[in-house]
Design a binder for this molecule. Structure first.
Ligand SMILES: Nc1ncnc2c1ncn2[C@@H]1O[C@H](COP(=O)(O)OP(=O)(O)O)[C@@H](O)[C@H]1O
Ligand SMILES: [Mg+2]
Length: 363
């Protein structure tokens, strides 16, 4: 078991990990996801002590690995790491790459290391490449060798840092298949990945990292289907967000139309959806501005790249005012034609208590 308590990692210009506490159980298969720069690699590198934590403790099977007196060699033997860039030794053959650490660190004989190495090569489907050099292999093959090499130390824990990110898309599957097999062996795996379907299929836990730590964690179902927190939701749905604020009746409607256009182009929103996003904003703004003496309106558009859906959430101040039943009929008719759903909500405690959500019809 790995137990992390108040882990903090400070670099000169940034604090990627502010205060991380979590327990990882034997046999857990954990996918670590999140935007780049949120400390995913740093977390893995702190766990296997490639980086020295600034503060906090990490226990691996009861040993505090942050204790200066701890025998690092022994702890590292329990943990294998697989990198994006394979890190194979170019001057050694495939089988030599795999035999090296068991002979040097575990004191295995050449014969033992060879037999075990060949067995592992068969499990990753590459026994016939034993005498080749890494340069003669494809990226997917190299990464499978790197996994076999990590397995040769018979670690209880294997950390993968974006194992498929450097691969040609045609080779992602073969490496994922090897990791998927491994996930059923009872070893503890932590995998930083951007492949959401893969993460979902193989892990029992998902860590979403953001804002200096594990921002949200849960089962794949919880994180991918029902994320609780805003950043997780935006990341999972690949939400692209635009916010516009109207603060007077004489708002700059052309400027805002321009902002919407830029937003749609930048996010490659299909033209039909883009024009509905534009029209929904125009009609809603027109209805509200004509009804509100001194309008305070916040309009947020969220486009989900994953689902290709768009939605406006328009909040406004003032008395309770359900525009769906009070607005200009012609404008409402236009809105009904291009939305799938229009909903009005009153939230007394919000700064802008009126809230209108408009789901745009899919193109
Ligand atoms: N050795 C380092 N020195 C200084 N800053 C670093 C170092 N390693 C990583 N960082 C910074 O720490 C932050 C987190 O990095 P990283 O853990 O690699 O993020 P991720 O793997 O989630 O993309 C980034 O802003 C990165 O630039
Ligand atoms: Mg990284």
């Amino acid at each position: 078991m790995i137990k992390i308590e108040h882990l903090k990692k400070v670099y000169p210009n940034i604090i990627p990990l502010k205060d991380v506490s979590v327990e990882i159980n034997d046999g857990d298969v954990i996918s670590v996801i999140g935007p780049s720069g949120t400390g995913k690699s740093t977390l893995l590198r702190c766990i296997n002590l490639l980086e020295k934590p600034t503060e906090g403790h990490i226990w691996v099977d009861g040993t505090d690995v942050t204790d200066p007196k701890c025998d690092l060699g022994k702890v590292r033997q329990k943990m294998g790491m697989v990198f994006q860039s394979f890190n194979l030794f170019g001057h050694l053959t495939v089988i030599e790459n795999i035999m090296l650490a068991p002979m040097d660190l575990l004191g295995k004989s050449k014969q033992e290391a060879y037999d075990e190495g060949m067995r592992l090569l068969r499990t990753v489907g590459l026994a016939e490449k034993a005498l080749n050099y890494p340069d003669e292999l494809s990226g997917g093959q190299k990464q499978r060798i790197a996994i076999a090499r990590a397995l040769a130390m018979n670690p209880d824990i294997i950390l993968f840092d974006e194992p498929t990110s450097a691969l040609d898309p045609t080779m992602v599957g073969e490496v994922q298949a090897v990791i998927r097999d491994l996930s059923k062996t009872g070893k503890t795996l932590m995998i930083v990945t951007h492949e959401m379907n893969f993460a979902r299929a193989i892990s029992n836990r998902v860590f979403y990292m953001d804002e200096g730590g594990i921002y949200e964690e849960g089962t794949p179902e919880q994180i991918f289907e029902h994320p609780q927190r805003e950043n997780t939701r935006r990341f999972i749905k690949k939400l692209k967000v635009l916010e516009l604020n109207i603060e007077s009746r004489d708002y700059d409607f052309l400027g805002m139309a321009g902002q919407i256009e830029v937003y749609c182009n930048k996010n490659q929103i299909p033209p039909k959806t883009a024009s509905r996003i534009q029209l929904t904003f125009e009609e809603t703004a027109q209805i509200l501005v004509s009804l509100l003496e001194s309008p305070r309106i916040q309009a947020v558009c969220e486009y989900s790249e994953a689902a290709e859906t768009a939605e406006w959430t328009v909040s406004y101040g003032g008395e309770r005012l359900d525009v769906i039943n009070n607005g200009d009929e012609l404008a409402l008719a236009v809105l009904k034609g291009i939305t799938e759903e229009m909903k009005y909500n009153w939230n007394e405690n919000a700064e802008l208590p009126n809230q209108l959500s408009l789901k745009i019809q899919q193109a």
